[in-house]
Design a protein around this ligand. Structure first.
Ligand code: GLU
Length: 494
């Protein structure tokens, strides 16, 4: 095999999704199998959603799983910079090259025009998409508009008809219809590239040999292939991994299952068990039907042809079973003690709990029982405790749902952020704050009384807190899909 170079390219917009770790795992296995290199690239060209503060948690989560990269923004390497926001000139030069070669063009269409076009297409039940209005502007027109300083994007000229054959290492040849794809924006009006331009330029310049990514990207591959062709470059080999699914077959999402690597770390899963489980999402048991295997065994056995494309159902109960086997069969008590210490029994973490508890203690013996919920994977709130006086369960469940959304919107997860979000929830329902904090305290601790709610939620972490509220909603009978949709509309309109 030619030099294997693979990459994982997370966007710093939130906690690392287990799907990113799953992809990175197969990247690393392929790289280690063939003595290649594994690159971490930060895709932060979406200025509205990317935040620098998210990078460190991404590094930590991937490292916790043992998915170490050979090149990346923090470790350097010969093909840097590895952060896309530091490569803007490179993309601009390449976009210019495409425009000069007649493969791309500036488009001056305003948001109003595109809106009107969309409405018209909807009315006529036509395919939605750009109509190529600026595709054939004369050089004079373009120059005049540029001189006027009109805002514009750069669009890729797509063929508009014919079949695109995407060669996927796992699926063979996948045929996609060019007629369904309009002229993709490559450079936004803020001068930042879109994913499509940046990914192709970077994968080429970083000499990526295999692009392993989620199945949801396969429909983007034709745009990428058109770009490779326009630049006169050889495309990489593609492997689109099957998506991770919820047990009901829908795409895995945090509405139903915890999706962040951080959640699993915080809930006390063993990194090697989570990694093993992620491997099983697309790889068969190695020795006969033994589902427990290490990264080393997987690397030794690895054969891309063995990757299965069936549904990859991420079932937490199965993960629990596998994790339990690691705890019972693979760990000595000494190792478990080390694991506990590295996990949450740290001076730092316990030290942050003490100020919350000090005023509620008479002896040291009062500490552990009152903080047990910080260490528990789950708590067991009772339906009765979750409903404050003079309220009904039917009122509390929707309130809890809005608390999930409000807390999901907290960018800086700290006491103040939590407090502001929950006060917003009380305001939305026009309830006294107590009627919000009482059920949330019960959801968080499993008890009616506990240490201060906002501080405790801050310390528990955003992903654990979301799951505790979802669990509490389940205890109260949950909310139908229809009700969620309706409530979400009202909530976003607030
Ligand atoms: N930034 C993309 C993501 O976060 C990367 C997709 C790819 O691997 O090409 O999913």
């Amino acid at each position: 095999m030619t030099d294997v170079r693979v990459r994982v390219a997370p966007s710093p917009t939130g906690p690392v999704h287990v799907g990113t770790a799953y992809q990175a795992l197969f990247d690393l296995v392929l790289a280690r199998k063939h003595g290649g290199q594994f690159v971490l690239r930060i895709e932060d060209t979406d200025q509205t959603r990317s935040r620098r503060e998210w990078e460190e948690p991404i590094f930590q989560a991937l490292r916790w799983l043992g998915l170490e990269w050979d090149e990346g923004p923090d470790v350097g390497g010969p093909y840097g910079p590895y952060r896309q926001s530091e490569r803007l000139e490179i993309y601009q030069e390449h976009a210019k090259q495409l425009v000069n070669g007649g493969h791309a063009y500036p488009c001056f269409c305003t948001a109003e025009r595109l809106d009107a076009l969309r409405k018209e297409q909807m009315q006529h039940k036509e395919r939605l998409g750009y109509d190529g209005h600026c595709r054939d502007l004369s050089a004079e027109d373009v120059a005049a508009k540029m001189a006027e300083g009109l805002s514009h994007v750069i669009r890729l000229k797509m063929p508009g008809a014919g079949t695109c054959v995407v060669k996927d290492h796992l699926r063979g040849e996948v045929e996609l219809d060019f007629a369904q794809m309009d002229d993709q924006v490559l450079v936004k009006s803020d001068g930042f590239p879109t994913y499509h331009l940046a990914v192709v330029v970077d994968d080429h310049l970083m000499k990526i040999s295999h692009v392993i990514r989620g199945e949801e990207w396969i429909t983007s591959a034709p745009k990428h292939l058109v770009l490779y062709e326009a630049f006169g470059w050889e495309p990489p080999q593609y492997m689109h991994l099957p998506l991770l699914l919820n047990p009901d077959g829908s795409k895995m999402s945090k509405r139903k299952n915890p999706t962040s690597v951080e959640y699993y770390r915080r809930a006390g899963y063993a990194p090697e068990a989570l990694l093993n489980y992620l491997a099983l999402m697309a790889y068969p048991p190695i020795d006969g039907d033994e589902e427990m295997f290490s990264f080393g065994q997987l690397t030794e056995d690895f054969d891309a042809d063995k990757i299965n494309l069936g549904g990859s159902i991420f079932d937490i109960e199965k993960l629990d079973w596998l994790n339990g086997r690691y705890v019972r069969e693979r760990k000595t008590p000494e190792q478990l003690l080390d694991d506990l210490k590295a996990w949450l029994l740290t001076d730092d973490y316990v030290g942050q709990m003490l100020p919350l508890l000090q005023q509620r203690m008479e002896t040291l013996g009062d500490f552990v029982p009152q903080v047990a919920f910080f260490f528990a994977r789950k708590v067991a709130p009772s339906a009765e405790d979750l409903v404050p006086k003079k309220r009904e369960a039917e009122q509390v469940v929707p309130m809890l749902q809005t608390a999930v959304w409000a807390l999901d919107g907290v960018l800086d997860w700290n006491k103040e952020g939590v407090e502001a979000a929950l006060r917003g929830v009380a305001e939305y329902w026009d309830w006294p704050v107590r009627d919000v904090t009482v059920p949330l305290t019960v959801a968080l601790t499993g008890q009616r009384v506990g240490p201060p709610l906002f501080d405790s939620a801050a310390l528990l972490g955003q992903d654990m807190m979301r799951m505790r509220i979802l669990d509490a909603m389940g205890v109260l009978g949950g909310l139908s899909k229809k009700k969620v949709t309706k409530l979400e509309k009202e909530w976003t309109r607030r």
